[in-house]
Design a binder for this molecule. Structure first.
Ligand SMILES: Cc1cc2nc3c(=O)[nH]c(=O)nc-3n(C[C@H](O)[C@H](O)[C@H](O)COP(=O)(O)OP(=O)(O)OC[C@H]3O[C@@H](n4cnc5c(N)ncnc54)[C@H](O)[C@@H]3O)c2cc1C
Ligand code: FES
Length: 514
């Protein structure tokens, strides 16, 4: 099948979680506003922080560029676990036993925190306690699991090698279990907190993008419509931090996109939550459909944003093939894709955004494990604002020095290729003429000798943009699965019409009048 046939055979990518229920809507900010704590970004970090601070009696205002819980948190796999694939053996080797143990403790605390909150507020969010497994299909993978199992023992982690406990319907060489982890529906969970924020006197604005954070004595948020929000403190919960004038984050984050689909299954859906050792990545869990129907979620196929080795739609096709062949998945009901940030030492950056300024706080770099860690972040940021001690403050301090590279090869490779995009990307040749574009096809085209980003929609209308990222000027790549323009440098994404889908960019792409 060619990419067009695959596209027409699959549903349009959309969050599975937001498709299950309607989330409350909030107005756009239409005047200047004063608050104590300004929170930018309505994902797991922003919403839990707003809830905790409102509960502590603070005047809280949360602004969201689009709709709440529609960023990465709305497109996640939503396993709440401290089993972050293979990590503890590596952490012990690079950062030592103490830090590896603290990382584990922090994530178990994050999991417990979510568990408690659900109990306290009686939130119905399909929360289920589950065992988490990493599985290996090769001898090489098995050896890796054995080393990771030894690290579990060293750190006192509640888990072990347990191939016999796996209920995957295909043969594996080994499995490493971490007991008593969990999964949930993040949109149901966070929607309940949003209602609590409002009940506690908090204020929320949607479709209100922060364009700039002004680091005055009293910090200010400048919004898209030129309104100001005067704050005592600001939490930047935008996933990728905006306004990184000092370049502290751009040089220390890399961005990775991956894919998932939800299907019915012919056989029994595995009970456990699974992730594999080998490549391509495969992540498996059960989910509940609208009427509680048991469904299967399979994810994987990651690559650096804006740098896929094949047309992005083929990643969905590869996942579908795996799903059908190995787990008995049927035709996809939902497809979703999303991206997350990796840090140099695999620990997120949580705390004061820059050393010299204690009024602006940030949480980012969850390395695809931002459920437990997102809760940890919200608690840490809240404690910082309330002047309370938090045992993980120095571990996750964004300005920490001596960041030891845990995965040197991958990180350096990715960031060197970012540099190349700056220079080489701009010289990339368009591969098509405008007249070559079929319906529902996009790409870089040459018009009057100039490079234009064009998409011909299903009705035949052409949408032309200047295909240069409004963040720092890197060249953009066409993402045919999502019909978006993606930037490999820091992961900004734009719709085919040029609207910002994901930052750090805050300005839309100009349309091209050529
Ligand atoms: C495919 C995939 C699967 C994953 N699976 C898991 C998993 O199973 N378990 C796990 O623990 N983690 C998982 N993660 C990671 C986890 O989902 C993320 O780390 C987490 O959701 C990040 O939350 P956040 O609040 O930082 O960001 P987001 O949820 O993206 O929230 C940020 C919000 O800020 C808004 N925003 C951005 N810029 C602005 C601006 N200028 N003004 C106003 N608002 C703005 C955005 O619109 C967005 O709503 C996965 C990630 C991916 C990509
Ligand atoms: S140049 Fe930074 S995201 Fe595009």
């Amino acid at each position: 099948m060619n990419s067009h046939d695959i596209k027409t055979s699959l549903p349009f990518p959309k969050s599975f979680w937001t498709a299950q229920q309607t989330t409350p809507e909030f107005p756009v900010l239409k005047e200047n506003h004063t608050t104590e704590i300004g929170i930018v970004g309505g994902g797991i970090v922003g919403i839990i922080s707003a809830y905790l601070l409102a509960k502590a009696g603070k005047k809280v205002t949360l602004i969201e560029a689009g709709r709440l819980i529609n960023g990465v948190t709305g497109h996640t796999t939503a396993k709440i676990t401290a089993q972050h694939s293979l990590i503890y053996d590596q952490l012990i080797k690079t950062l030592g036993e103490d830090k590896a143990k603290q990382y584990y403790d922090a994530n178990i605390d994050g999991l417990e925190f979510i568990r408690q909150l659900i109990k306290e507020l009686s939130i119905e969010c399909a929360y289920e306690t589950k065992d988490a497994f990493i599985y290996a299909e090769s001898h090489y993978g098995k050896r890796k699991l054995e080393r990771e199992a030894a690290a579990y023992q060293t750190l006192g982690i509640n888990g072990e090698l347990a191939k016999e406990k796996s209920d995957l319907p295909f043969p594996i060489k080994e499995a490493l279990v971490m007991y008593d982890q969990a999964q949930f529906d993040p949109v149901l969970f966070l929607t309940a907190l949003v209602r609590e924020i409002i009940r506690l006197g908090g204020t929320i604005f949607e479709h209100t993008r922060a364009m700039e954070i002004l680091k005055e004595t009293t910090p200010l948020i400048l919004t898209e419509n030129n309104f100001l929000i005067l704050c005592e403190k600001i939490i930047m919960a935008t996933h990728y931090p905006i306004n990184d004038a000092d370049g502290l984050y751009f040089t220390r984050l890399s961005i990775h996109r991956s894919y998932a689909m939800v299907t019915r299954a012919t056989g029994k859906i595995p009970e456990g939550m699974y992730i594999n050792v080998e490549q391509p990545a495969r992540s498996i869990r059960s989910v509940q459909g609208k009427d509680g129907e048991p469904l299967l979620l399979v994810g994987g196929e990651g690559h650096q944003t804006g740098k896929s080795s094949q047309k992005t739609i083929f990643h969905y096709q590869d996942l579908e093939e795996f799903d059908k062949k190995y787990i008995g998945g049927q035709s996809p009901l939902h497809m979703l894709s999303s991206q997350d940030l990796q840090t140099l030492d695999k620990f997120p950056y949580i705390g004061q955004m820059i050393k010299q300024c204690d009024t602006i706080l940030v949480a980012t770099g969850f390395n695809k494990w931002g459920m437990s860690a997102g809760a940890v972040a919200a608690k840490l940021l809240t404690d910082t604002i309330l002047g309370q001690k938090n045992r993980y403050a120095s571990l996750f301090d964004p300005t920490r020095k001596k960041l030891k590279l845990v995965d040197t090869k991958t990180f350096l490779w990715k960031n060197t290729s970012v540099g190349k995009d700056f220079v080489v990307g701009k010289l990339k040749r368009p591969d098509k003429k405008l007249s070559d574009l079929a319906l529902d096809e996009g790409g870089l085209v040459s018009v009057q000798g100039k490079k234009v980003g064009a998409y011909r929609d299903e009705q035949g209308h052409l949408h032309k943009v200047v295909p240069v990222c409004t963040h720092l000027g890197c060249s953009l790549d066409w993402n045919d699965a999502e019909r978006s323009w993606d930037c490999a440098c820091h992961g900004s994404r734009f719709s085919y019409k040029g609207e910002v889908l994901e930052g750090p960019a805050v300005k839309p792409l100009p349309s091209s009048d050529i």
